[in-house]
Design a protein around this ligand. Sequence first.
Ligand SMILES: NC(=O)c1ccc[n+]([C@@H]2O[C@H](COP(=O)([O-])OP(=O)(O)OC[C@H]3O[C@@H](n4cnc5c(N)ncnc54)[C@H](OP(=O)(O)O)[C@@H]3O)[C@@H](O)[C@H]2O)c1
Length: 312
Amino acid sequence: MTNRTLIFGKDGQLGRAFQERIGSDPKVLFLGRQECDLSDLELIRICIEQFSPDQIINAAAYTAVDKAEDDHKTAFAINEMAVAEMARYCQKNNKKFLHFSTDYVFDGYKLSPYVEEDVCNPLNLYGQSKLAGERAIQRIFSGNDHGHAQDLGGAAFFILRTTWVYGDGANFIRTILRLAKERTELKVVSDQFGVPSYADWLSRLSIILLSSGDIPSGIYHAVPAGKTTWYELAVFVLGCAKEVGVRLKLDPDHLLPIPASEYPLPAKRPANSILSTDKLVKNLPSAQSLLAEDWQVSVRTYIHELRSKGLV
Ligand SMILES: NC(=O)c1ccc[n+]([C@@H]2O[C@H](COP(=O)([O-])OP(=O)(O)OC[C@H]3O[C@@H](n4cnc5c(N)ncnc54)[C@H](OP(=O)(O)O)[C@@H]3O)[C@@H](O)[C@H]2O)c1
């Protein structure tokens, strides 16, 4: 990286993707929970000031969607308060801040792809906490934090909303592969639409974005091309697993589509999580080919990688 970069969330799926892509670089500092617990705002300040970065990437988040329903305090501490602390440093010191958000800020009732300006109405507490984080960043960068107008200088923020992230960690694809080795029948939800986003794909996009000088601050939707359902994704995953010679107990004919109503979870999920990427395509021409890549490309690569690492 050409700029001093502080990356929070080093042990998450996205954080690991950044580590893989960037490797060891004296200008980049990765911090995980052990080095900086994000529930400690004073510690966040100290860590940031000690490294004095030109840009911060926040790949950390409280992502336990169902657990969040009973853990309001922690979800907001990590997804709002900690994020605000990072944003304050960047705004005050004219630095760049890259943060990630989610389709869960929407209720999913729209019948076409969501654009950045659509009204947010989270169905669950995780979504509420992520929305609070987005709003804190916007408030701070608009100079309205504590009601004081501030010099905006060269400060910039980018909030990338993405969906269905998978990478080095627990995720839907790995769950399906595990269950397909253990079971002879599997029911998967077929009435929720979204786009699987590979953490490595997101790290590539992020690096393009941060190295582009002229993209305006704001919220951007960031997902690969195409759309799918959890059920169709599971079918595709089993096909890729077969390609690389994984022995499965599950016959693909015994993968059964079910409505979400038959798979109740503590937190409600949106039925439509399709995000339009038109704004990002327009503002970041150098990422056009990456954004045009179908989600299947990365899922196939991922399963081939899992196989070659002996993880499936
Ligand atoms: N996963 C998805 O399907 C999805 C979908 C849409 C958007 N997103 C967003 O994409 C981003 C990346 O998600 P991901 O899938 O990479 O998440 P992840 O794998 O769950 O990683 C989140 C990281 O945040 C860290 N973290 C949580 N609480 C912390 C604390 N108190 N102090 C320090 N670190 C803490 C976790 O640390 P530990 O490893 O120590 O627990 C973990 O390494 C997040 O902003 C998420 O909201 C994710």
